[in-house]
Design a protein around this ligand. Structure first.
Ligand code: NDP
Length: 226
């Protein structure tokens, strides 16, 4: 049975990934920050689902969760993310908010990978998918929400490096744009539903092999230019 761990699974794309992976019969686990959300998820998915409570910026909590998870993990999805502070233009920056955005969107995915690496190494087909965004593309010069854009551009570089470093171990590392999705972050006017996005992401997760490592793909499987 395929095992999956999704960070930030209490709402949005993460919740839908969990719901659909449960329907596929996978062995599903995920993380939330709020213990009350954890309780409601446990009620909603009483079988084959394990929920862990941690903030992705908390290194010790991540290590504890990975140890408690125990055993083999096939697919890790770095999904948790933030859009960043209200003031995030290059000429008017909330620097504390910028630092927090980098901590969650850029540093935390690597922290999560490092914590769960022992579990991934036990899998016969380990895959790491980090949800990035086309807003981080270097080939597209726009300046709105620059803290968010910079955090996603930086996580692309970090994960590209990780793909190189884990190649010999046979651990595939990919970056994924989930589409413009109708969640709290994407807003009600976005292009696609969380259901459509999650279905695409799970199909990519299911079919990813080490031959795909180091690539940046859209939710529909097409390549995203860096
Ligand atoms: P939501 O805002 O709906 O959900 C964000 C999730 O991340 C929540 O579960 C939230 O938990 C969690 N999270 C935020 N900060 C932390 C933290 N410090 N520790 C643990 N969990 C945290 O966003 P989406 O579902 O739309 O986005 C999911 C991913 O997709 C993000 O990485 C986002 O950047 C990316 N993305 C989304 C797009 C869109 O159109 N929606 C487009 C491109 C990329 P909590 O409930 O506790 O706040």
């Amino acid at each position: 049975m395929t095992s999956l761990f999704v960070t930030g699974c209490g709402r949005g794309i993460g919740l839908e990934l969990v719901r659909q992976a449960m329907d596929l019969g996978w062995d599903v686990a995920g993380s939330v920050r709020d213990p009350e959300v954890a309780v409601s998820l446990e009620r909603r998915f009483p079988e084959r689902f394990r929920v862990f409570v941690f903030d992705v910026t908390d290194q010790q909590a991540l290590r504890d969760a990975a140890a408690a998870y125990g055993g083999s993990l096939d697919i890790l999805v770095n999904n948790a993310g933030v859009i960043g502070p209200g003031r995030q233009s290059t000429l008017d920056m909330d620097f504390d908010g910028f630092a927090e955005t980098l901590a969650v969107n850029t540093l935390a995915p690597l922290r999560v990978v490092q914590a769960f690496l022992p579990n991934l190494r036990l899998s016969g087909s380990p895959r790491i998918l980090t949800i990035s965004s086309i807003m981080g593309r270097m080939s597209y010069a726009k300046s709105d929400r620059i803290a968010y854009r910079a955090s996603k551009a930086a996580v692309n570089k970090v994960m590209q490096g990780l793909a190189t470093d884990l190649l010999a171990d046979g651990i595939a590392v990919r970056l994924l744009h989930p589409g413009w999705v109708r969640t709290d972050m994407g807003g009600p006017g976005a292009d696609i539903t969380p259901q459509e996005s999650a279905a695409g992401i799970l199909e990519i997760a299911r079919t990813t092999t080490i031959a795909d490592t180091g690539t940046f793909v859209n939710w529909d499987g097409t390549t995203v230019p860096w």
